[in-house]
Design a protein around this ligand. Structure first.
Ligand SMILES: *Cc1c(COP(=O)(O)O)cnc(C)c1O
Length: 338
């Protein structure tokens, strides 16, 4: 019980996404500790399935997984070469001319990659900055050149084609492996795949990979149940009041565990064998209350994330995205890896 993480499902999702981009190598994005699910448990399984390219956000994250991967696995660091970074055994994805020159001065001859900005205006070299140092960068032999799509989860968004054209224009004639697609970009089709694809959220069962296998189940222990009479309220702020006799269960997890407070009386439920028990009243730091009146017997545990309520449905109730639901799940849960 607790937080169940199905490693075999992550591997199956990686294989399924790799199969959608048959001409490209499939990397695995494991930043933020594998989207909160435990990168040190995930990367050996993906390596065994054939993954050799991994992406993290920070050098610190790369160092944390380096001991869990053989030497022929590459760990790319998306934040690039920050001042003072220890990049031993890692490959920085250099985002600016400043990072490039810093990196060459400190790590001459060491492996690196390049990120270009194709329109998102978040990370990567702008066209003019790139044009000015392109010859010198290519001479130094980058592993690959990448960019990132801002709207890949919306296939009809015009920014996709605009960014694709910008990336093509900036990399024309480079003769270096190219990478543009994350999960959403893989699903946009072959013109977005280039040489290396970088799926993240789809590995963990999140949208936009609608065919993903479910990876996470979150089962919360019931501490106690009580009858609540009409006109009695439940929880902080007395925001929910019973209009009829109800039975309320209190489970042991709350917003300190990443159960977003926005889920208070949001339409989200705890589930008992597929039966929905609506969350009523406010989510507290360590507790959630749900209306279990419809259950004949209340089980020891109620599920917040399950087949009936996957991460993206929960995200809709909270007004956020599956990525935030996953990365908010913190360390306090008992974790079970399947
Ligand atoms: C997070 C990230 C990815 C993975 O994105 P998903 O949408 O989770 O598949 C790929 N590339 C970059 C640059 C990222 O920041």
């Amino acid at each position: 019980m607790g937080l169940q993480i199905d490693i075999a499902a992550i591997v199956a999702n990686w294989k399924a996404l790799a199969a959608r981009a048959p001409g490209a190598r499939a990397a695995a994005v494991v930043k933020a500790d594998g989207y909160g699910l435990g990168a040190s448990r995930i990367v050996p399984a993906l390596y065994q399935a054939g993954a050799r390219d991994f992406f993290v956000a920070l050098a610190k994250e790369g160092r944390a997984i380096r001991p869990h991967l053989p030497d022929d696995a590459t760990i790319n660091v998306l934040s690039g070469h920050m001042p003072g970074a220890d990049l031993d055994g890692l490959v920085p994805v250099l985002n600016s001319a400043e990072q490039f020159f810093r990196d060459r001065a400190i790590r001459p001859g060491a492996r690196f990659a390049i990120q270009l900005d194709s329109g998102m205006n978040r990370l990567g070299m702008e066209a003019a900055e790139w044009a000015a140092i392109r010859a010198e960068v290519l001479d130094a032999g980058p592993d690959f050149i990448m960019s990132h799509l801002a709207c890949a989860d919306e296939p009809d968004h015009p920014a996709n084609a605009t960014q694709l054209a910008a990336f093509r224009a900036m990399t024309d004639g480079c003769n270096v492996p190219l990478s543009l697609a994350a999960t959403g970009g893989i699903l946009l089709g072959p013109e977005y795949h280039f040489d290396l694809v970088r799926p993240g959220v789809g590995l963990y069962g999140g949208m936009p990979f609608a065919d993903a296998q479910q990876v996470v189940r979150l089962s919360l222990p019931v501490i106690q149940t009580r009858p609540v009479a009409p006109d009695e309220f439940v929880g902080y702020g007395a925001t929910w009041t019973a209009t009829a006799p109800r039975r309320i269960a209190t489970v042991a997890a709350g917003y300190a565990d990443g159960i977003l407070r926005a889920l208070s009386s949001s339409g989200a439920s705890l589930y008992a064998d597929g039966i929905a028990c609506p969350i009523v009243g406010r989510v507290s730091m360590d507790l959630v209350t749900a209306d279990v009146t419809e259950l004949r017997t209340v089980p020891d545990h109620l599920d917040l994330i399950c087949v009936e309520q996957p991460i993206d449905m929960l995200a809709d109730h909270a007004g956020t995205i599956g990525y935030e639901i996953l990365t908010a799940l913190r360390q306090r849960y008992e974790r079970v890896y399947l």
